[in-house]
Design a protein around this ligand. Structure first.
Ligand code: KG4
Ligand code: ZN
Length: 326
């Protein structure tokens, strides 16, 4: 399976065998192009994908040691994401499908993030509970089987990654905010400021907008603050809410495996805490490698293998679906 991912600001391609075996994975990040604007600029993203996609696909094939005609099917993320950005990957995948006569498979980006764990741990099989935390979404899902998802909770306002990015922007730390806050937090005191843990005891939904406002309000009142302490205290609050709900969801769904995915799952504090809490609760914990958590095409190719087996090819006249839900 050749997979292509262009939903946001990474241009990625990968070759995966049988949904589990990652043979190659290439990611060209556009972060520096968007950094001056403090966030992803859709038109810049689309143009960069157009410029990069052919080379990235070629590199994935060369690194896998395969020819285009060795590939059995071609997949692309068709949503959710930026319409113009999605169009580049979907058009590339459909063109290659037409040229080779192979099936095309359109993949949901969130579903892709869930499959990253199956690439990381070849013995992992559903059912399990998974937390997908990215720049656009925060989802708590019981994956009962391939293609069988029960949404247990989601954000009611900002996504977890969006909160990292907005707090970083407010603190003048640049874009993307998650990695900068993560790095700063290692030097700060997570107990310096007791930021709120929104909706901690209230079901499985999340809310991060009030936490962001709490950080902004605190910083305005304490101009002499240590920015590393703010980063560590903010990160501790986000991680506390995410991990508490993930573990509680596993108990409630009576499942003994917890999994994380999405860009925020690259966070060192989250990775450590989920391993710690999972072990304490006697749960199996799967924390995919960082390159599988942030946007990549291997997760798209892995998911596409199972989608193709269950549903068959996606028609070539189906378009991009920027607002696609799970
Ligand atoms: O999954 P992803 O790469 O793209 C989307 O689907 O959105 O997630 C990107 C998000 C951004 O908000 C970024 O700040 C966040 O993931 N992120 C992190 C870390 N690395 C990326 N957040 C916290 N800690 C990190 N180390
Ligand atoms: Zn993503």
């Amino acid at each position: 399976m050749l997979g292509i991912e262009t939903s946001c600001d990474e241009t990625a391609a990968a070759v995966v065998r049988d949904g589990r075996d990652m043979i190659s994975s290439t990611v060209a990040t556009q972060a520096e192009r968007h950094a001056p604007y403090g966030g992803v600029v859709p038109e810049i993203a689309s143009r960069a994908h157009v410029e990069l996609v052919t080379e990235v696909i070629a590199r994935a094939l060369v690194e896998a040691g395969v020819d285009l005609f060795d590939v059995d099917a071609i997949a692309a993320c068709h949503g959710p994401g930026l319409a113009g950005a999605l169009l580049v990957g979907v058009s590339a995948a459909k063109s290659l499908a037409l040229v080779t006569g192979r099936p095309y498979v359109g993949v949901n980006h969130h579903e892709g993030h869930m499959y990253a764990a199956l690439l990381d741990d070849p013995t992992l099989e559903p059912p399990f509970v998974t937390l997908v935390a990215s720049g656009g979404h925060t989802l708590l899902i019981a994956m009962r089987g391939h293609g069988r998802y029960e949404t247990l909770g989601q954000t009611v306002d900002d996504a977890a990654g969006e909160a990292f990015d907005k707090v970083a922007r407010f603190l003048g730390l640049g874009y993307p905010g998650g990695p900068v806050i993560d790095a700063l937090a290692t030097r700060g005191d997570p107990e310096a400021v007791a930021f709120p843990r929104p909706m901690l005891d209230d079901g499985f939904d999340f809310s991060f907008s009030g936490l962001k406002t709490a950080v902004v309000t605190y910083c305005r009142r304490h101009p002499d603050l240590d920015v590393a302490d703010i980063a560590a205290s903010f990160q501790a609050a986000v991680v506390d809410v995410l991990v508490t709900k993930l573990v509680r969801a596993a108990r409630s769904a009576q499942l003994d495996t917890i999994v994380i995915g999405g860009g925020v799952a690259a966070n060192s504090g989250l990775r450590a805490r989920v391993a710690e809490e999972g072990a304490r609760e006697g749960l199996r914990v799967v924390v995919p490698g960082i390159g599988l958590c942030t946007d990549n095409a291997a997760m798209i190719a892995s998911c596409a293998f199972y989608r193709l087996a269950a549903d068959g090819p996606t028609p070539l006249d189906s378009g991009v679906r920027p607002g696609l839900r799970l």
